[in-house]
Design a protein around this ligand. Structure first.
Ligand SMILES: CC(=O)[C@@H](O)[C@H](O)COP(=O)(O)O
Ligand SMILES: NCC(=O)COP(=O)(O)O
Length: 263
């Protein structure tokens, strides 16, 4: 079998790879008026109804988009969707751990962003970040929350993730998205494949996200083995402005299924 095609993989949701919709950008648009529209809750519900397997939020300390009330209201909504997962992202040295303690989402994704960062643009640095993360990973796991660490595609860094006791990595996919369709695509993608193989060999689960879209998603999933979840927000919400949430989510699910059609 082609080693670059994802191996047979049993995912928590019965599909090959779960789609978790990040609703940050719905909140960003809502926050530009005091009218409460577009609704973050209605966006999440529409995406779940259309087949998304999860919802992701990144409640940044400056509340530029997702606010504390959104995080709590989505937790309440997801109680009615037992098959779906709630993934909360953020920097555990800032405001994230209160959400972990209070809401116990299915997953927390630790992202090393500074408070005023334009967007997420790098993963954790090991071994430098190890001791700072160790108690935070332990606390989240003690709360029964799966821990995923936001990581650059560096195979050698996977052993540190495993040593910390995190269950998954989230591959930061911006470098792939930037190289997509260029002469660098194969080289950049090979780095992601090597990193995924290193993670799988250590028993780590694999998530992926940042700048994934309908054009590049299938290529990524075909080449990178074992991806259990993609969290997609910016491009998906942009597509939904044109196509609506239902058709957009269905189109992303088609992109995911196409990645495994040859298996
Ligand atoms: C961690 C990551 O890559 C994204 O999930 C992040 O949430 C993007 O944040 P913004 O939506 O604020 O750009
Ligand atoms: N972790 C990635 C995520 O949740 C959404 O990233 P993007 O699709 O908004 O770039």
């Amino acid at each position: 079998m082609n080693p670059l095609v994802a191996p047979e993989y049993s995912h928590p949701h019965g599909s090959r790879c779960a789609l978790s919709v990040n609703v940050n950008k719905v909140a960003l648009l809502r926050n530009t008026r005091h009218l409460g529209i577009p609704s973050v809750l209605r966006a999440a519900e529409a995406c779940l109804l259309a087949g998304a397997q999860g919802i992701t939020v990144h409640p940044r300390p400056d509340a530029r988009h997702i606010r504390t009330q959104d995080v709590h209201e989505l937790a309440a909504l997801l109680k009615a969707w037992p098959q779906a997962e709630y993934n909360i992202e953020g920097n555990p040295t800032q405001n994230l751990m209160d959400f972990v303690r209070e809401l116990r989402p299915h997953q927390v994704t630790f992202v090393p962003d500074s408070e005023d960062q334009f967007t997420s643009d790098h993963g954790w640095q090991f071994p430098a970040d190890m001791e700072r993360l160790r108690p935070l990973v332990a606390e989240a796991r003690a709360c029964g929350v799966r821990v995923s660490l936001f990581m650059d595609p560096i195979p050698e860094a996977m052993a540190y993730v495993a040593e910390l006791g995190a269950e998954r990595i989230e591959l930061y996919t911006e470098t792939f998205a930037s190289a997509f369709g260029t002469e660098r695509q194969a080289e950049v993608l090979a780095g992601f494949t090597r990193t995924a193989e290193a993670a799988l060999a250590l028993g780590l689960g694999i998530n992926a996200g940042h700048d994934l879209n309908r054009d590049n998603l299938t290529t990524f999933l075909r080449a990178v083995p074992g991806v259990q979840e993609v969290s997609i927000g910016h491009a998906l919400v942009a597509d939904a402005l044109e196509l609506g949430y239902t058709e957009t989510v269905r189109d992303y699910q088609r992109c995911i299924q196409r990645a495994y059609a040859s298996l």
